[in-house]
Design a protein. Structure first.
Length: 95
């Protein structure tokens, strides 16, 4: 099993793609902070959508942390996200 440093980057920008890391990386986990309305976070590798996460309308529940198993999710080009208005912030952990 290989080991590598974990680093993080965050954004609060909604409505456009935000590059969190400009190169190959593995997404190891993330923390999503919802607002009072439902929203989505779209994870991208370059211009390709990897997956979209939907959040419920629940600002009162606070941030949600999700860890990805094993080696995480590999991004060959870069790590980017696109938040809708229902998400106030995201922090992504990468290796």
């Amino acid at each position: 099993m290989s080991s590598s440093d974990i680093f993080a980057n965050s954004t609060t920008t909604t409505g456009s793609d935000v590059t969190l890391f400009a190169g190959p990386a593995r997404i190891k986990g993330f923390i999503v902070t919802p607002t009072g309305s439902a929203g989505t976070v779209t994870f991208k590798d370059g211009s390709s959508t990897l997956f979209t996460l939907a959040t419920a309308a629940s600002a009162a529940s606070g941030p949600v942390q999700i860890s990805l198993p094993s080696e995480g999710l590999k991004c060959k080009t870069n790590v980017a996200v696109n938040l809708t208005a229902g998400v106030s912030a995201i922090t992504v952990f990468m290796a």
